[in-house]
Design a protein around this ligand. Structure first.
Ligand SMILES: [Zn+2]
Length: 334
């Protein structure tokens, strides 16, 4: 064989492996495909996660995420709960368009929405955007919000092999405080700080002219939300829901649960739940009733059979009990 022929063979072999390598997941592959839908008539797509809590049965796919295709590239909202899921999302984007991924927006820094950022950081040139308090979420730093390092350790067990020793928290590239507008091609994307409500760094994103709202965990539909982080403020959360209502979007993609053309219905679900827990706990705080007693006495029948009730409801009630107790102490002092 001539040297040229050998070189050509080597080149051919390399080309073949690189094409193959691009398709194969660099992370443990998921076995349950993403559930992707398109907002009717709009270049906006979203993935709907399982309603339960992250575990091996759902491979960590419990949150929603989505992407907007503009005339000048793609913008992604949230990255799902494992690098493997982030990679699967990237594959879904590639099925629809070969345009560059320009931005990834993180609705807030909680494990189930951000471990997929690693895929976008390592395999695209996208800029990661979050609210400034997302910067507090570091593996080696204790914050009032979810304890990032502890959570990562827990997920390395609970979601192995999709979360493993190489999984890392990818910090945002740019942050903003109250509001940021991204003009990309034919779309205008408005990012609005809505926290601290469900977490310290909650944001929502309005896609115009399509009137589609990515609400992050401010809106959760048909599932008991997770409120057990030190930064939860249900007072601020209710205010943020009021803000969503004012924006009056045609289509809402919540952080968890079904997306809806009936935006009002999804908003109402979250608000009713928060108000139910608040009123049960408010009475308890006013009467100096012990939390355990108050929890047992409360009527949970409306929510008992919903996904994530067992995992989240008691912690939520306790969190709200503390929040109301604190505001009572403040009121008493004044
Ligand atoms: Zn969250």
């Amino acid at each position: 064989m001539t040297r040229l022929a050998v070189t050509m063979l080597v080149v051919a072999a390399c080309a073949a492996t690189s094409v193959h390598a691009e398709d194969a997941s660099p992370y443990a592959a998921i076995t349950i495909p993403l559930n992707i839908d398109q907002v009717p008539g709009k270049p906006v797509y979203f993935s709907t996660g399982n309603p339960g809590v992250p575990g091996k049965d759902n491979e960590g796919n419990t949150s929603n995420a989505g992407f907007v295709i503009t005339s000048d590239g793609v913008l992604v909202f949230d990255a799902l709960g494992t690098p493997s899921l982030g990679w699967a999302m990237l594959r879904e984007i590639r099925k629809v368009t070969d345009k560059k991924v320009r931005y990834v927006i993180a609705s807030h820094y909680h494990a189930d929405h951000i471990y997929g950022l690693q895929s976008f950081k390592d395999h695209t040139d996208a800029i990661i955007v979050a609210q400034e308090r997302a910067g507090e979420y570091r593996e080696n730093q204790e914050t009032a919000d979810e304890k990032a390092g502890q959570r990562l350790d827990q997920r390395r067990g609970a979601l192995f092999p999709w979360v493993d020793k190489d999984t890392r928290v990818v910090p945002p590239d740019i942050t903003f405080r109250d509001r940021m507008t991204i003009a990309l091609g034919d779309k205008r994307l408005t990012l609005l700080y809505a926290g601290p409500a469900h977490s310290s760094s909650d944001i929502m994103m309005l896609v115009e002219p399509d009137s589609v709202l990515f609400a992050g965990d401010i809106v959760q539909n048909g599932r008991i939300p997770h409120m057990n982080s030190d930064d939860v403020s249900t007072t601020q959360w209710l205010a943020a829901l009021g803000e969503v209502e004012q924006l009056n979007p045609k289509f809402v993609i919540p952080g968890h649960g079904k997306a809806s053309v009936q935006a009002k219905q999804a908003i109402t679900f979250t608000r009713d739940y928060i108000q139910t827990v608040r009123s049960a706990m408010e009475t308890a705080v006013q009467n100096w009733t012990d939390f355990d007693v108050a929890y047992e006495q409360a009527d949970w029948s409306k929510y008992r059979d919903m996904p994530a009730f067992a995992a989240n409801n008691r912690g939520n009630a306790y969190r709200i009990y503390l929040e109301l107790e604190q505001s009572r102490f403040k009121a008493d002092k004044q």
